[in-house]
Design a protein around this ligand. Structure first.
Ligand code: NAD
Length: 424
């Protein structure tokens, strides 16, 4: 199972609107003409399917499945598949658009997409999930393809589901097509470095931002909200680079140690404790929400959406926020953060290490060749650092926040490409 990402929407009633509010500001800065604005704000394709699945007890249940291709202007569209009871078309539309901007920010030749099935995988057997994944794949045969639309895991899905998708799609083509999906198990053509790629990109963004803010990593403190794939790898890699990680948290609560938490030890504890930090004794347990207001230099929200809101933003004391999660900060909280002079390495920049290494997986599959982990890391670090520098330069040029600058970089690239390609 991949990452389980509950999505409580507190400030934002509709995630598509949250995305649009930033899109709108960036479009105004760019002076985007109305025609291009309308093209970029509208998803290119939205597909809704009904998937009748035989359950283990013999009954048939019908699940609703979605795939939204927001844009294929820069190339084939790319985006994960979410299995979650809360999946709906607005959420999928917003996540698809975020993928467009994310790929554009890190300058990889993909458009953006997202998919999902409204289901609760935690209450389904492995066989039921497999049948659902295969049925979903079959219903998307005309949509998916290595040169058309390339899915990946998202909340509630992982390498196992991607293996079923790859197999089902390959059956329809009469040959093995491993480049149709990324996030596969290593033996099926997955890439070395993919598991830690997002956390690694968070670390690269954090160090790049600290350099700009003249924060010495060896003297810096950090708090990381969320101790799953992204949070734990980001914490470990930051610790390796000298940053003192004084607090970590997960759904069980937050854990504080002013002398620095031993991250490797905390990861081992979590792995031996069914994925939870509950009962971790290497730090003092504090209230989960307190982690956001701690006196630290760097705050890494790496749990879920909409955690920094108009209700708690005033309590934030960090000088730098590096967004490992997608959409952790509401648009309303953005204004206060900017007024407080806090730098934000925004999600579409800071967590793009994952899609970057997914792109490398696709490249390796198409080459029929496997890169070493060292090559994957070196190349993704360079992409993340270049993207950070470009967004920083754009922020200075337009005198805007890093978040708006990231949107400016992304929208400018997609709009220019659209102008060259042309419409009808
Ligand atoms: P995960 O399921 O591995 O970990 C999530 C962690 O957050 C868990 O420790 C969970 O207990 C914790 N958590 C959830 N809600 C919380 C809350 N309200 N307060 C404190 N902790 C909470 O997920 P992940 O893969 O690490 O993804 C985390 C975020 O990063 C998500 O927003 C996801 O969309 C984003 N993201 C992930 C990737 C990736 O490659 N995995 C890539 C880009 C973005």
């Amino acid at each position: 199972m991949g990452y389980i990402e509950p999505a409580p929407i507190k400030d934002e009633k509709n995630p598509f609107e949250a995305m649009m509010s930033r899109f709108h500001i960036a479009s105004q800065i760019l002076g985007l003409d109305d025609e291009v604005y309308n093209v970029l704000k509208s998803p290119a394709k939205q597909v809704i399917v009904s998937l009748p699945i035989t359950m283990d007890d013999g009954s048939i249940r019908v699940f609703e499945g979605f795939r939204v291709i927001h844009s294929n202007i820069l190339g084939p569209s790319k985006g994960g598949i979410r299995f979650d009871p809360g999946v709906n078309i607005d959420e999928v539309k917003a996540l698809a658009a975020w993928m467009t901007w994310k790929c554009a920010v890190v300058d990889i030749p993909y458009g953006g997409a997202k998919g999902g099935v409204k289901c609760n995988p935690r209450e389904m057997s492995s066989g039921e999930i497999e049948r659902l994944m295969r049925a979903y794949t079959l219903s998307m045969t005309e949509i998916f393809g290595p040169d058309r639309d390339i899915p990946a895991p998202d909340m509630g899905t992982g390498p196992r589901e991607m293996a079923w998708l790859m197999d089902e799609y390959s059956r329809t083509q009469g040959m093995t097509v491993n480049s149709v999906v990324t996030g596969k198990p290593l033996v099926l053509g997955g890439s070395l470095g993919r598991t830690e790629a997002t956390g690694r990109g968070v670390m690269v963004s954090a160090l790049a931002a600290m350099e700009k803010l003249k924060i010495n990593p060896y003297k810096a403190t950090c708090a990381v909200q969320g101790f799953g794939n992204v949070g734990s790898h980001a914490a470990l890699l930051l610790e390796e680079r000298g940053v003192k990680v004084v607090a970590i948290s997960d759904l069980s609560g937050a854990y504080y140690n002013g002398n620095g938490i031993n991250i490797k030890e905390a990861i081992d504890y979590r792995n031996d404790n069914r994925g939870s930090l509950e009962g971790y004794l290497g730090a003092e347990k504090i209230d989960g929400d307190e982690i956001l207001g701690l006196e630290v230099d760097v705050l890494v929200p790496a749990a879920t959406e909409d955690v920094i809101t108009s209700q708690n933003v005033e309590s934030i004391k960090a000088k730098l926020i590096v967004e490992g999660a997608n959409g952790p900060t509401s648009a309303k909280a953005d204004t206060v953060i900017n007024d407080k002079g806090i730098m934000v390495a925004p999600d579409i920049l800071a967590n793009a290490g994952g899609v970057t290494v997914s792109y490398f997986e696709w490249v390796q599959n198409r080459l029929g060749y496997k890169w070493t982990g060292e090559r994957v890391n070196r190349r993704s670090d360079r992409i993340m650092k270049d993207a950070f520098d470009n967004v920083y330069k754009t922020a200075k040029e337009h005198n805007v926040s890093m978040r708006i600058a990231a949107y400016v970089v992304a929208i400018d690239k997609v709009a220019k490409t659209y102008k060259y390609r042309g419409g009808y």
